[in-house]
Write a protein of this length. Structure first.
Lengths: 334, 296
């Protein structure tokens, strides 16, 4: 406490000004004591954060420079940047999975955002006045809250070529011939599998995007429309000159968050597609490849390489995050 | 933004725009048909799931129908003979519930402290929190596994539960929430009345923060209930498997894999709790999606 009483008057005033405190509490010792309560409050967070967040990230970084198989009694052995060198030159297990991931994500985002965008136009249009927005919104969002594992299982059963209900439904609607051999093999053929997964992803996420865009439209002030309408702007003008430009940052936000999440795609393809299937290499994502190195069978296990992969992927994600940040800021400055 | 707001918004829209032309009936019918078809597309996999859960495996393989069968009990017996879905559900609850409570309470107290107290390091802690919000989970995955191994916690629930004390996103959100909503004068008043700081937090701040905490808690619960990758690398004993993990192993039992009816029933049971929960509090769940992003 003696320490606190020795504080110079200027310091006290400085603190007071900073915190906007009412004059009643100006008593340096009390003030300091109070502010220090903050330490006690954040302490559990900081401890757990250091142990379970900061340490693992640093450990992964360290492991990325090591040769390490991760078995019992094995010790990481420092080998420098060799792992990074391997990953950057690894076509089959890094760049191809990355390409697959981007491909699946790309088709998914076109469908997802396109659909969400159309829905937002329809549902927010003053002329249509669609009834039951709430009900539609709930239904569109439903697929998003179901666990991806359950959905993966559901779809891998539904989409089975010969015995799945989906093809049988198409068959009874007359869309498919009588010979099951010619029916589309949604999750087996090399050309169809990635499309199936992209469509399922879009199906899972368009409701989410729709709600985000809708919230954006609802956030646009009525004043803009009124002012423009008084100036004689038509419905199309209102849409292209007001709604669209104001919606752009949200679309960008949705797109980039989706890309960051999409680059980490794992559950759905991992569970849906059998490793032995011929379509497996066409839908193997980066995280699936990483998982195989980090936690797969002992013969292929290479923790150092997996760690290096995580950091290379992180660097790629970082570029997109920074890009998003810059684009967003430019938007605000305009 | 809830249902009522939007309805109100749409009603209020009569004012500025002068579209007095009568609506084209066919155009409207077309729009309603399109959005309804989309709704059907969202629901059909779940409908097929429920119907097929009541049908015999051989029957499902032979053809498609929308009429429920009468083999629900048989499928149920087949399923429960091999796996214990309810055990997995309980396990999921054992993980997701403490996670939700811990992340809610500790994020609230941390977010509050970061917003209200000025202490050295406050800004630094906040900055690191924001940085870690953007760091993808795969970056810590391997190190996390090594850490859990060093702590001897493999195949326990601790590494799934404890980290939720430090939920960056929730702390960030609640800090902003306190800054924008919490009147500091309330705290001053309590101080003048001689209340201790922790008392002020529990009795004054927590109730005010409740809506924000609830929003984050819903997200935390669903996220933890659906989590797959972490339990997958950490849990090894089948008795300890959480629901998503057990689901992913459903086809390992050949008897079940051979009977599609049992698979559909398993999936149906696994999605049932979260679907029911969604039916009752969809408003809050949907509210929680836009909470952090659009306003922030």
């Amino acid at each position: 406490m003696t320490n606190a009483q020795n504080i110079q008057p200027e310091t006290v005033e400085q603190t007071v000004e900073d915190t906007n405190y009412v004059p009643v509490v100006i008593k340096s010792s009390n003030l300091r004591k109070r502010e220090r309560t903050g330490y006690a409050f954040v302490l559990p967070y900081v401890i757990v954060f250091c142990i379970f967040s900061i340490y693992p990230v640093c450990k992964t970084f360290y492991l990325s420079f090591c040769k390490y198989k991760g078995g019992i009694g094995k010790v990481p052995e420092w080998i420098g940047i060799e792992n990074y060198d391997t990953v950057i030159h690894d076509i089959q297990l890094f760049w191809e999975p990355l390409l697959n991931t981007v491909k699946i994500w790309g088709l998914n985002i076109v469908l997802q955002l396109g659909l969400a965008f159309l829905l937002t136009i329809v549902f927010s249009d003053v002329k249509y006045k669609i009834k039951g927005v709430g009900v539609y919104r709930v239904i569109y969002y439903l697929p998003n809250i179901i666990a991806a594992t359950s959905l993966a299982f559901l779809f891998s059963t539904l989409l089975d070529q010969r015995y799945g209900s989906f093809n049988q439904m198409l068959h009874s609607l007359g869309a498919l011939g009588s010979n099951p051999e010619t029916w589309p093999n949604w999750l087996g053929s090399k050309d169809l599998t990635w499309i199936s997964i992209a469509v399922i992803q879009a199906w899972m996420w368009f409701g989410n995007s729709f709600i985000m865009l809708m919230a954006g439209v609802m956030g646009i002030s009525r004043d803009y429309y009124e002012a423009a309408a008084i100036d004689g702007a038509g419905r199309w003008k209102l849409f292209t000159k007001i709604t669209l430009p104001l919606l752009k940052p949200i679309m960008l936000y949705v797109g980039v968050t989706s890309l960051i999440g999409g680059l980490q795609m794992f559950d759905l393809p991992q569970i849906m597609i059998n490793k032995a299937a011929s379509s497996y290499p066409t839908i193997r994502t980066v995280i699936m490849s990483l998982y195989n190195f980090g936690f797969g069978p002992y013969s292929v296990k290479n923790v150092g390489r997996a760690a290096a992969m995580a950091y290379v992927l992180f660097a790629i994600i970082l570029v997109f995050s920074v890009l998003q940040f810059v684009l967003m800021r430019n938007k605000e400055e305009e | 933004m809830n249902k009522k707001d939007i309805k109100q918004e749409l009603k209020n829209n009569k004012t500025p725009l002068t579209f007095t032309k009568s609506l084209n009936f066919f155009w409207m019918a077309l729009i309603y048909t399109a959005i309804t078809i989309l709704a059907v597309v969202c629901l059909i996999p779940f409908v097929l799931m429920m119907i097929n859960a009541t049908r015999d495996g051989h029957e499902i393989v032979r053809g498609f129908t929308l009429i429920p069968g009468d083999d629900l009990v048989a499928n149920w017996k087949m399923l429960t003979k091999h796996i214990n879905l309810f055990r997995a559900m309980l396990n999921s609850l054992i993980v997701a519930l403490p996670c939700t409570l811990l992340s809610s309470y500790f994020s609230a107290i941390t977010g509050y402290a970061l917003a209200v107290y000025k202490f050295i390091g406050n800004k630094l802690i906040f900055a690191i929190t924001v940085v870690f919000m953007m760091i993808p989970g795969q970056l810590s995955l391997l190190g996390f596994y090594e850490l859990v191994k060093e702590l001897g916690m493999i195949d326990t629930y601790w590494p799934l539960i404890l980290p939720s004390i430090a939920s960056c996103g929730t702390v960030f959100f609640l800090r902003q929430y306190v800054l924008s909503l919490f009147p500091k004068t309330l705290l001053e008043a309590a101080r003048i009345d001689g209340a201790r700081e922790i008392y002020s937090f529990h009795r004054i701040a927590l109730p005010i923060m409740a809506p924000g905490i609830a929003t984050m808690a819903i997200g935390a619960f669903i996220g933890n209930w659906n989590a797959y990758l972490m339990p997958l690398i950490l849990l090894t004993t089948q008795e300890k498997f959480t629901l998503p993990l057990l689901m992913s192993r459903l086809n390992e039992s050949t008897d079940v894999a051979a009977n599609q009816g049992a698979i559909y029933l398993g999936v149906a049971i696994s999605v049932f709790p979260i679907m029911t929960c969604f039916c009752f509090c969809s408003k809050y769940i949907i509210g929680s999606i836009t909470a952090g992003s659009v306003k922030g």
